[in-house]
Every structure is written in C-alpha cells, then in structure tokens.
Ligand binder design. Structure first.
Ligand code: BG6
Length: 586
C-alpha cells in the first residue's frame, strides 16, 4: 500500500508534506513525489528511493506554495521507476493526483481515454484518475461534479487526492483509509493520522463512498451521490512522541523494548467492553477467529486457549483464505477479527463476508479509529501505541496479552497472571541482547532455519519464522515438533540450524526427545528454554514462569534475534524489502 498526504492552508506546504511522508513511510517506500501549487502553476517532483534520499536529491522541501500533495509508493502496477512514481498529471498539467489502492478497470478506462486523444506517461493504474478528472472538467469546470462522475466510473479500491491549479484539493475514499486533519492554519488529508499528528490531533475519518473538497470556503464532505455529509471531529489519542524513535536506532528495537509496558497494559486491561465482549463469545453457537500475518498467529493461540481453558472450540481461518471457506458463519455465529492496523484488505473482506451471513463482528485492534474498529459490532483495543516497524512485535504480544485477559474471564479466572512476576520476566528476556547478538553473528549467513515447538509453542514457532522471513529474508519455517518424524527430519543434517522452543511445561520431555533426534542427524540446535541442555549448541535462557506466559517470553528473543541478524546483514529492520506495514490492497 502507499501513503497519501495533502495540505491546503496558510503555511508553506512542502516541508510538512515531506515530514508527514517520512512518518508514514512504513506504508510503502519504493518511490516518493510531491506536487505544489504556486501562481496557478502545478510543480511536480518525484523519484525512486526513500523520502530522505529523494528529498535530498530533488529538494522536495524547497518547493513553493501553500497547497500541495505528496505520496510514498508500494508498487502494484508498473515497475519502480521515476515515471511510475506519484503524483501523476493529466495532459494539460492543470491537475495532479496521488492514489492508494488498485483501479481494477483501469485498462478499459485507459483505452477509451487514449481513443479520445489522451497521452499516458506511466504504466500505473492510478494515472487514469488524472486524465478522467481532466476529461470531466474540460466539459464543465465543476470539481464537485467531476468527483461525482469519476467515483461512478472507478472500480476497485481507492483513496485518491487531486490538486487543481486553482488551488482546490479534492479526495475520495472507497475501501482505503482517508482522513482529514483540521489545524488552526489549514487542512490536511492523509492515509494515516501519523501524517499530520505533528500539527493537529483533530481529525475527520472519511467513510466509504465519501469525498472531501478543500478550497477558500474551507472543507466540505459529500457522499458519492453529491449529498452533503455532516461529520464528527475525532480527538486523536496518539501523541507525537509515540511516533518518534527516541534513543533507539530503529522503530523495531524501540517497539520490542516497549513491550515491558505494552504487555502489562493489555494483560491487565480495564476496558469497559471486556465483559460484554466475553458474553458475546460465550453465547455464540460458533466462534471463528481470523487475521493476517502475525495477527493470524495470535488467532491460532486464541483458538488453543479458548478451547483448553474455557471449553470454547473455535476455528482459526487465515483472512485471505476466508472467501473460499463458505458456509462458515450464520446469525448465531461470532467472527473475532484480529488486526494491528485494522486496515488489512483481506481481513476487511472477511468481515464483509461474515456480515453478509449476519454473524456478529467482534475485533481486537490497535488502531481504535481504523475501518475494522468502525465496522465492528464491538472492538477491544490492545492500546500499544503506533507501531511503525513493518514487522509486528509489540502488537503481537499485546494481542496475546489481551487474549489471555479474555480467556481469564471466559474461564472464570483460571489464568490470573501475577503482575510483578510478568514485569520481572519480561525485563529479563529484554536484557539478554548480548547473547542473542552473538547467536545472530553465527546464523547471519545461513539459508534455511527451522523453528519447532509443541502446543502453544507451535504458533510461536510460526511467528518466529515470520520475523526471520520479514527482517532477514531467510527461508524460515515454523513446525509442530511432533511432526518431525513424519517428514521434516529428512531436512536435518550438519548444514541445518534448528531453534527449539522448549520451556519446562507439559511439552518439555517430548520436545527434548525431538532435540536428540535432530542432534543425531548432525544439525545444530538453539534451545529457547528456562532449562539448559547439553544438546543445545546455543541456549537462549528465558525465566521460569507460569506455563501460560511462555509464548510471550519466548517470542521476544525471537524478535530480537531477527532484529540483530538483520543488522548483521546490513538490512534496515524498519523497512524490509517488498513489504508494507498493513496491506490495504488484496
Ligand atoms: C503485514 C505486516 O503487512 O500485515 C505484518 O507486515 C502484519 O506485520 C500483517 O502482521 C497483518 O497486519 P494487521 O495490521 O492486520 O495486523
């Protein structure tokens, strides 16, 4: 996905647009561009690279004008080139647009525009928006009418913002987030509150099928049919400081270290909606959990905990697979959707499908103003603050902690973790960086790595493997240790490295036998456990704790291992190649 930002007001736009794009760069970071208006002329500068680099080479911040738009790209249609970078313009260059999403019918629109003499400069789907607007305005210069007409034509998902040489800014949203920021000296339009959090905490969240027009008369919001909409102004909870790296070299390391607070907050959450949430789950005939990436791995742990401690048996379905799992839900069912961003397209589609079968929608989300939170019947916040690092870290453990809290209530307080024990244990694992950095040095050039665990440790093994994939670009696989003899053992030899999740709980002795089987084939084993073994080539010690806490205590060292190994391979842990923080396109 991409990030969009716009400003119209009294101040010089470019420096604020560049700063806003830097804050949203986790959304997509292969190319950047700005368009600003001064003296009824639109100036466009764009290029391949990260905001910092392109700003330095093209002087984006120095562009004149108090009206402008900006964009960071995560390529879907057309390669990563200067020409395909946004903004895109119409033939007369009196309009410039930035777009996030996918225009499904762009090629037929493009064909008919070319047939009417339009000249296209890029390979993107987005450029059709600029030419279509130009086409409508050519007939009659009425921007509101043009927005009504274009939203009738476009098929797919989109949030786009256009700037016109008369200084007007217009933006529309369909299945992609778009937010208006209201500051004392002007208006922002952005994909994310982080785009303007430095300047205001007052925001209007556009809903689907709405567009906004900013001009000398201020702001106005309309439905796609042109009817005016009165919208509520929301006070944003997040502070600017939350979105800063502070003393840390990377957001990922900062967010890993924030877990000493974020886990406790979620584990002892006092959310007033908790009891109602649990009542709905307990009252449902069928419970289905869904999520993508790390959020799906949290769903796998919820499935085990609800069943083991509360006797509630549920399904966990990957969001992108949900559309193929028909007949899963009905009016007596509940879908629990788990998401950090609350904007992941696959997950929002799963929610749409569940709503169509009249199921109740509960969600566990980090962004309380997200599309998921606003479309759910009831949502619980994990409240771990903005997560900028592309690989989920603190959001995953906060999801687990809130799931423990829910399980505790559903099971009649069977879990009840002790606060100071948890704080002490997390502090210990966060301090083991030296040992982990040494292990990272040893594994930095391996091609394959397997993470094994049983029971609750299996989903953690999958999550650990995901961190290594995301940050180290290595083939990493999370496997149920019990499956070893049914195939994966064939992969074990002196070139293989295995991470064994093996704290001394009910899985300990069976998993230790697996360690012996693996060592017998010559592979090297990194043991993650509160108990050492002479079979481990390397040991990552975690503190003795209540069994229920081991999934949280063992995933943190795996996050740190992925982080330190990425550094050893000189890749940027915050912006892994080809990925984005939340994927708002299918
Ligand atoms: C990916 C992120 O794009 O989306 C992962 O890189 C994340 O870290 C996944 O787990 C799901 O995102 P969300 O916001 O729905 O939890």
């Amino acid at each position: 996905m991409c990030s969009i930002i716009a400003y119209a007001g009294q101040r010089v736009a470019a420096p604020m647009l560049v700063q806003g794009l830097k804050r949203m760069e986790y959304r997509g970071y292969d190319s950047v561009g700005l368009a600003t208006i001064s003296n009824k002329h639109i100036l466009v500068k764009k290029g391949v690279g990260k905001v910092e680099e392109v700003n330095k080479s093209l002087g984006l911040e120095k562009m004149n004008g108090s009206v402008g738009i900006g964009h960071t790209r995560w390529a879907t249609h057309g390669g990563v080139t200067d020409t395909n970078a946004h903004p895109h313009q119409n033939c007369k260059n009196d309009i410039a647009i930035v777009h996030n999403g996918i225009i499904d019918n762009y090629s037929e629109l493009k064909k008919s525009l070319i047939a009417r003499g339009h000249k296209f400069r890029s390979e993107t789907d987005s450029e059709v928006i600029a030419h279509l607007l130009g086409d409508f305005l050519h007939k009659k210069y009425d921007i509101k009418k043009a927005m009504i007409n274009i939203t009738k034509k476009l098929k797919g998902t989109y949030a786009f913002v256009a700037v016109f040489d008369d200084g007007t800014v217009a933006g529309a949203r369909f299945d992609e987030p778009l937010i208006v920021g209201i500051s004392k000296d002007g208006y922002f339009v952005s994909s994310d509150v982080l785009g303007f959090i430095e300047h205001t905490d007052k925001a209007i969240f556009l809903d689907n099928d709405e567009f906004v027009i900013l001009n000398d008369n201020g702001h106005a919001i309309f439905n796609f049919d042109g009817s005016k909409v009165k919208k509520q102004v929301t006070q944003i909870a997040w502070e600017l400081a939350d979105a800063e790296k502070g003393r840390f070299a990377h957001y990922t390391l900062k967010e890993i270290n924030e877990q000493k607070h974020t886990i406790i907050n979620a584990l002892f959450s006092k959310d007033s909606k908790l009891d109602e949430f649990c009542d709905v789950v307990a009252g449902a005939k069928r419970v289905v959990l869904t999520g993508s990436g790390s959020s799906y791995n949290a769903a796998l742990i919820a499935k085990q905990l609800f069943s083991k401690y509360a006797g509630i048996h549920c399904e966990a379905v990957i969001s992108s697979e949900f559309q193929y799992a028909s007949g899963l839900l009905d009016k007596d069912s509940v879908l629990i959707a788990i998401s950090q961003s609350g904007e992941t397209a696959d997950l929002l589609q799963a929610v749409k499908i569940a709503k169509a079968s009249e199921a109740r929608i509960l969600s566990i989300v980090n962004t309380p103003t997200s599309s998921l939170a606003r479309t759910s019947d009831l949502f619980l916040g994990i409240n771990c603050g903005p997560e900028i690092g592309v690989a989920a870290t603190k959001s995953f453990t906060a999801q687990l902690a809130l799931i423990y809290r829910i399980t505790d209530i559903l099971s009649g307080q069977k879990l009840c973790p002790n606060k100071s024990d948890v704080e002490r244990a997390i502090g210990k694992v966060l301090n083991d960086t030296k040992n982990i950095a040494n292990i990272a040095e040893k594994i930095k050039y391996i091609g394959n790595i397997y993470i094994l665990g049983r029971g609750l440790h299996f989903p953690v093994a999958i999550e650990g493997a995901l961190k290594l994939k995301e940050l180290v670009y290595v083939h990493a696989e999370g496997l149920p240790a019990g499956e070893l003899k049914h195939g994966p053992l064939a992969l074990m030899d002196e070139n293989t490295t295995v991470i064994m999740l093996n704290p001394d709980d009910e899985t300990y002795s069976d998993t230790l036998s697996n360690v012996h089987e693996i060592k017998a084939r010559g592979a090297s084993v990194i043991g993650v456990s509160n108990v050492n073994s002479n079979k481990y080539d390397n040991w990552i010690k975690i503190p003795k704790a209540k069994d229920i806490l081991y999934p949280i205590l063992e995933v943190i060292p795996l996050q740190l291992l992925a982080y330190h190994t990425a550094l050893k391979r000189e890749s940027n842990p915050d912006y892994p190649r080809h990925l984005a923080k939340s994927v708002t396109v299918k």
